[in-house]
Design a protein around this ligand. Structure first.
Ligand SMILES: *Cc1c(COP(=O)(O)O)cnc(C)c1O
Length: 363
């Protein structure tokens, strides 16, 4: 058991009721932040302190803090959903806790126990409860736990002081005008991760190295960038922040097997579980980009999609590369893709029974 309790002493809200209502009416993604944040500090000598829920606001850091120089940082992302009866739930948070522990090991950061991680979410969402949107469409409160090296030291080694925070940001519906298929650019120049690197960890550095590929995608009129494996540049890894799936005409669900350069998405894992229920044959293996494009052209692959917490499931309508473009199916949103998306969101918002025991009540 951890000593982390994240006590919250009643404090005034930063943002008034009227302003909060205005924000919740049109919150977008990642732009507005709540009244409070959870915080805990770890030192090599004393371990984790008790933690605390404090008013949301700027953090004071030494300019010599290790994270600012050597990027020793990890994060997580999950959502709090309000159900019709007013209760507030989250989706498979123990998987986020375990993944954060794995990321911490890779980035030489201290692990936060699963119970402490869950306590930090419960404590913050209890304090910020009015920020959890009503379930009119697909609004949620996005939770962003993160951990970074705060020791004031320019030598290169694992930091002996580390901060853990959870901040929260109301998120509007990801697809306010209905699900929009992605145009995906296949990067032939950049990789997001290499063998033995940090691709399997959820760390800020992976995102920093993906930004140029994403910018290149946008220059080519695409929405997202697909990275291939760095060694052979032939196999599908994933997008900058989403895993990739294909569905075949004969009922197979294909996805790249988890290698050291692919992040193990919790949405990915959940899609695999639901696919089994639907009688789809799951195939996790190396997926050669050229084979996939051939099967897209021949119609053997009928649907493709990307998945992650923010969009849940986002159909892929088209691939682009220097060598041409390939339309998936009719370029729209596939039937099975939309059905899987509907099922996951129905579970998350409590509209259908939680057969897999994936939901945890926060408030
Ligand atoms: C977070 C993330 C995903 C998606 O993971 P979920 O747990 O489904 O949100 C996929 N790829 C990368 C690189 C990520 O950082």
């Amino acid at each position: 058991m951890s000593a982390l309790a994240f006590p919250h002493t009643e404090q005034a809200r930063r943002i008034g009721d009227d302003e909060r209502a205005r924000i919740l009416a049109d919150s977008g993604f990642g732009t507005y932040f709540t009244d409070f944040m959870a915080h805990a500090t770890w030192t090599a000598d004393a371990g984790w302190d008790e933690g605390e829920v404090v008013p949301y606001g700027p953090i004071q850091l030494s300019p010599a803090s290790a994270v600012l120089h050597y990027a020793q940082e990890i994060f997580e992302g999950l959502k709090a959903f309000r159900h019709a009866d007013g209760s507030v739930w989250t989706f498979r948070p123990e998987r986020n806790a375990e993944r954060m522990q794995a990321s911490a090991r890779r980035l030489a950061l201290p692990e936060l126990a699963t119970d402490a991680f869950l306590t930090s979410l419960t404590a913050l969402v209890a304090a910020d409860e009015p920020w959890v949107p009503a379930p009119t469409t697909e609004e949620s409160l996005y939770l962003r736990p993160f951990m970074f090296a705060s020791e004031e030291f320019l030598g290169v080694r694992a930091s002996r002081r580390v901060e853990y925070y959870v901040i929260a940001s109301p998120a509007g519906a990801y697809f306010p005008r209905g699900v929009q298929p992605l145009v995906v650019w296949i990067s032939d120049e950049y990789s997001r991760a290499g063998a033995g690197g940090t691709g399997a960890a959820k760390c800020g550095g992976n995102y920093a190295s993906s930004l140029l590929g994403k910018a290149e995608a946008l220059e080519h009129g695409a929405d997202e960038v697909l990275f291939l494996d760095s060694e052979t540049r032939t196999n599908i890894d994933e997008l900058s922040g989403m895993n990739v799936f294909a569905i075949t005409a004969d009922g197979r669900l294909l996805t790249p097997s988890i290698t050291g350069s692919i992040l193990e998405g919790i949405t990915r894992e959940s899609v695999l579980a639901l696919a089994a229920d639907r009688g789809l044959e799951r195939v996790e293996q190396r997926l050669a980009m050229s084979d996939v494009l051939e099967q897209v052209s021949s119609g053997e692959i009928t649907e493709m999609f990307a998945c992650g917490t923010a969009a849940v499931i986002n159909p892929i309508g088209e691939f682009r590369a220097l060598g041409g473009s390939w339309t998936v199916g009719d370029g729209g949103s596939g039937k099975t893709t939309l059905a899987l998306r509907q099922e996951i969101t129905d579970i998350q918002y409590g509209r259908i029974p939680d057969r897999h025991g994936w939901m945890t009540r926060l408030v």
